[in-house]
Design a binder for this molecule. Structure first.
Ligand code: UD1
Ligand code: CA
Length: 453
């Protein structure tokens, strides 16, 4: 059986008061429409159709080839929106799932059940409802005395009695496709707003004596639709709670999950502890037995095992195992710290590789550099990598000792076992096992290297 989803995303989202189309506002790091597309995947067999209108260019650009887009112009209501997909889908799908793209918490499993319900329904519509004390502007589900659904009434046209109804229209439907196309041509133009409401198909079915299956959902949270930024924050909180629960059930400790902000798609290994006020964004992979936070921000990065990341920021960076960083350390794009690297307070590393066992304790900037294993970077060391026009590379060998406050004027190579005196300004390459001092730094003696374990 061919099942196709139509996602409605053409509305202006006026109440968001935003330059960004509503469905592109992110929840847990992904646009709302991503969540909608993700949820309908499990229950449909064909590529989804997204109805776009307001901000169409931006939405279409985001969708890429994950969906087929049809334009609704002007936007004359949810029924009119579905009509725009008819030409594309008529005759090539058996069931149509219609969802609004502003419900990021709706689970795939719920839609799967909805489709199953419709497969067993002799009538043309199955829909989702929920009981709630706060109606939030949702349409009311009106039932006959025998319990069958007779119509959906939008809040602004509802009578006082109808407004008392606690059963709400969630906004997820599965239709018999052939019946739907015909019904769409029959829905009346709403006299007040001049719009065509998809919800009016329910009354059409009921009047034809056909069964509308209304499944009552028990998870109210799933049904949150985003109309304002207040709703957006409610979704964010709920989604974050969901994500954190999953990590905890997979063996991650969170001292205070309410203050941990993890995007969709982040992976974290067992026995890692995420401390409060920590943000983990984008495509980030974290291994086992780490302690991340408190007060850390990690984005698009990879962290190995047994690392400590205290009050630090990582952006597109890699930590191998047993790295110890922070507090107040900053890794920018392309920073790669090998095993057992220690990076202390107020350091910054960008586009550089620090090999195993490098120690960089305090106040340094390392950019466009390769640093050999077990080298010590003294406090206040700077790679002067930028001459105002170009970036230049610095290569520092193994077992090097860079004295405090050394300026390494790139391009520059420092041989294995070399040392620089405190305050040296190094403008020329330094040979192996050589001590250089002063400004500009000059060699003063040859060293005998102590072999470290
Ligand atoms: C809608 C339902 C209401 C339900 C509620 C649940 C209708 C008439 N009402 O109301 O019963 O309780 O959702 O959240 O369907 N859209 C278009 N084109 C349009 C108009 C809307 O694509 O011309 C899209 C919007 O982008 C949005 C969705 O349809 O994603 C719902 O529209 P919205 O205006 O938010 O409907 P509600 O008033 O919330
Ligand atoms: Ca809505």
């Amino acid at each position: 059986m061919r099942v196709t989803a139509i996602l409605l995303a053409a509305g202006q989202g006026t109440r968001m008061k935003s330059y960004l189309p509503k469905v592109l506002h992110p929840v847990a790091g992904k646009p709302m429409i991503w969540h909608a597309l993700e949820s309908i995947k499990q229950s449909t067999t064909e590529k989804p159709v997204v109805v776009v209108g307001h901000g169409a260019d931006e939405v279409i650009k985001y969708l890429g080839d994950s969906a087929r887009a049809v334009l609704q112009e002007p936007q004359l209501g949810t029924g009119h929106a579905v009509m725009q997909a008819e030409a594309l889908l008529k005759g090539i799908t058996d069931l149509v799932v219609v969802c609004y793209s502003d419900m990021p918490l709706l689970r795939g499993a719920t839609l799967q059940k909805l489709v199953e319900t419709q497969k067993n329904n002799k009538g043309p519509i199955s829909m989702l409802t929920v009981h709630a004390d706060n109606p939030r502007g949702f349409g009311r589900v009106i039932r006959n005395d025998d319990g069958t659904v007779s119509s959906i009434v939008e809040e602004y046209v509802a009578t006082a009695d109808q407004l008392q109804v606690k059963e709400l229209n969630v906004g997820g439907y599965c239709f018999d496709a052939d019946w739907l196309w015909d019904a769409l041509s029959r829905i009346p133009k709403n006299s007040k707003k001049g719009e065509y409401y998809l919800t009016d198909t329910v009354e059409l079915a009921a009047k034809d004596g056909l069964t509308v299956q209304a499944t009552v959902m028990d998870d109210l949270e799933e049904t949150i639709g985003v109309n304002t930024r207040v709703h957006l924050s409610e979704c964010e909180t709920a989604m974050r709670r969901r994500i954190n629960h999953e990590h905890m059930l997979n063996g991650v400790t969170m001292v205070d999950p309410a203050s941990v902000y993890i995007d969709i798609g982040v992976t974290i290994g067992v026995d890692t502890v995420i401390m409060p006020n920590t943000y983990i964004h984008g495509k980030t992979e974290i291994g086992e037995c780490n302690v991340v936070g408190p007060n850390s921000i990690v984005r698009n990065s990879k962290i190995g095992n047994r690392c400590k990341v205290l009050a630090s920021e990582l952006e597109s960076a890699v930590l191998e195992d047993d790295v110890d960083m922070g507090p107040f350390a900053r890794l920018r794009k392309g920073a790669h710290l090998g095993t057992h690297v220690h990076m202390g307070n107020f350091g910054e590393v960008k586009d550089s590789y620090l090999a195993d066992g490098v120690k960089m304790g305090h106040f340094s900037y390392i950019g466009n550099a390769q640093i050999g294993s077990n080298t010590n970077i003294g406090a206040g060391t700077i790679t002067c990598n930028y001459d105002g026009e170009k970036k230049h590379a610095t290569e520092i060998g193994e077992d090097v000792f860079i004295g405090s406050d050394t300026m390494l004027v790139a391009p520059l190579k420092i041989g294995n076992g070399a040392r620089t005196g405190a305050g040296a300004i190094v403008t020329k390459n330094v040979a192996e096992d050589t001590l250089v001092v002063g400004m500009p730094a000059r060699p003063i003696k040859k060293l005998e290297r102590k072999v470290k374990k």
